[in-house]
Write a protein that binds this ligand. Structure first.
Ligand code: NDP
Ligand code: MG
Length: 425
């Protein structure tokens, strides 16, 4: 029996699996808890974590009674510690990035849901990978920033990496089983083989996206878009950062880079297709012209349940699609003029090195500035562009070098945001 089959069998046969959720108070974290609540026998909740929402973390601890909880924000730690004691809970409170690394890599943990938003999730996600866990990857930013290092760590530790991002989860489901980052049925190990898509009989990946809330908005109205309008996604309910990314379509750009790492392919192997109904979550086209699509409601509980139980299948709480009420599925090419983030991210994927790191860092700063009403919606992509022009090209080989570029790009992006603020005030 080859290694992948052994892994599949052992994953399927374990009775109760221990789960840590990095970012349990977020949109993905809460959806994960909803799925886990349907399977109390199959999963044990080992640990939860939050950044600042201590009250929500407390109520999650009351309901779930995990072994550990981690709070990033030190100011509320004392209050939370006291509250846990008052409620008679035995959950142990940990702090900061050491606490996150601890719950990501603890020997009792089988599965880690990596659902912290942004670059803040990189270290703990890597800790889970280095510890050889089954890692459910929602935090796409960590692959955008540190894809090479990340995939090398997966190969070295034997971690099982499963995509949560709905498109990548869909692509994974449409690949010849099991094939992720070059591993194929005929391979002897779940590892990076450098195999091309063609070796799996694949012609291309069709990465779908809804086009976000402003697909049809006249472009001269873009400058007055408010944060609440940008966060009102027509199909998906998500955290505020990814909602803004969807509105600029930077999300699709980040997903293109994410897909290149996960499926060991180049940007030219991936076609972005706008599909406003979000029923098809992505497709894989084979050399013979067959196209396999994964479909379902736009509800993150489906990819979460898929990855939690993989290679088995479990209930997610998501209802069946009603085919008789479907008003047609439509497809169109992305509008690169309206959404310049797409070309920007494609070029960053092709350039590699420091470019995707700077792209991601500048985007995080610009989105935050937009959400805080410091810069207008239209300035987000301009800030990213200005930052990309100012950060010199490098090939970082270590995590510290990656974080140094991230730090530098954030500084430059903050300056660019301030310049926008001065011009507009
Ligand atoms: P949310 O903003 O809803 O949640 C983010 C989580 O991360 C919260 O638990 C938050 O804690 C925590 N967090 C934020 N900053 C830090 C920090 N500095 N240190 C530690 N923890 C922190 O985000 P989403 O759930 O929407 O997204 C999470 C990730 O999943 C992102 O990378 C996103 O791109 C990806 N994703 C999300 C999808 C979705 O449908 N939401 C779909 C596909 C991918 P607190 O609550 O205390 O602030
Ligand atoms: Mg997605």
């Amino acid at each position: 029996m080859n290694t992948i089959n052994k892994q599949v069998q052992s994953l399927a046969s374990v009775e109760t699996q221990s789960v840590s959720i990095l970012g349990s108070t977020g949109s993905i974290g809460q959806s994960t808890l909803e799925v886990l609540s349907l399977h109390p026998q199959q999963f044990h909740l080992f640990a939860l974590s939050a950044n600042t929402r201590a009250d929500l973390l407390l109520s999650q601890c009351e309901k779930w009674q995990p072994d550990y909880a981690v709070l990033r924000d030190s100011e509320q730690a004392e209050w939370l510690e006291q509250s846990l004691i008052e409620k008679g809970l035995t959950t142990q409170l940990l702090h900061g990035s050491e606490g996150l690394d601890f719950i990501a890599s603890h020997e009792q943990v089988d599965i880690v849901m990596a659902s912290i938003v942004g670059s803040a999730g990189l270290r703990s996600t890597l800790a889970a990978v280095n510890a050889g866990k089954k890692v459910l990857l929602a935090n796409k930013e960590s692959l955008v920033m540190a894809g090479a290092l990340f995939m090398q760590a997966v190969e070295k530790s034997g971690a099982v990496l499963l995509p949560i991002d709905s498109e990548h989860n869909a692509i994974f489901q449409c690949m010849p089983t099991p094939r992720l980052n070059g591993a194929s049925e005929s391979s002897t190990e779940l590892e990076v083989l450098g195999a091309s898509l063609k070796a799996g009989g694949i012609r291309k990946i069709l990465l779908t996206g809804s086009g976000g809330p402003f697909r049809c908005l006249p472009m001269d109205a873009f400058s007055t878009i408010t944060p609440d309008q940008a966060c009102a996604h027509p199909n998906w309910s998500m955290g505020r950062k990814i909602s803004v990314d969807s509105a600029t379509m930077m999300n699709k750009g980040l997903e293109l880079i994410e897909a290149c790492w996960l499926f060991n392919c180049s940007p030219s192997d991936i076609e972005i297709v706008v599909h406003p109904q979000s029923v098809i979550h992505s497709m894989v086209e084979y050399l013979d012209g067959s196209v396999l699509a994964q479909m379902g409601h736009p509800d993150m509980r489906t990819p979460i349940a898929h990855a939690l139980a993989w290679p088995a299948r479990v209930e997610s709480g998501v209802e069946s699609l009603n085919w008789t009420q479907m008003n047609g599925l439509t497809f169109e090419a992305p509008d690169n003029q309206r959404f310049p983030a797409l070309d920007m991210a494609r070029q960053a994927a092709e350039a590699g090195g420091s470019v995707p790191i700077a792209l991601n860092a500048a985007n995080e700063i610009a989105v935050e500035a937009f959400l805080n009403e410091v810069i207008p919606f239209t300035a987000i992509i301009e800030v990213v562009q200005q930052c990309l022009e100012k950060i010199p090209f490098e090939e970082p080989m270590t995590l510290d070098a990656i974080e140094a570029i991230d730090f530098q790009a954030r500084k430059v992006a903050k300056h660019c945001c301030q310049a926008f603020q001065k011009v507009s005030s």
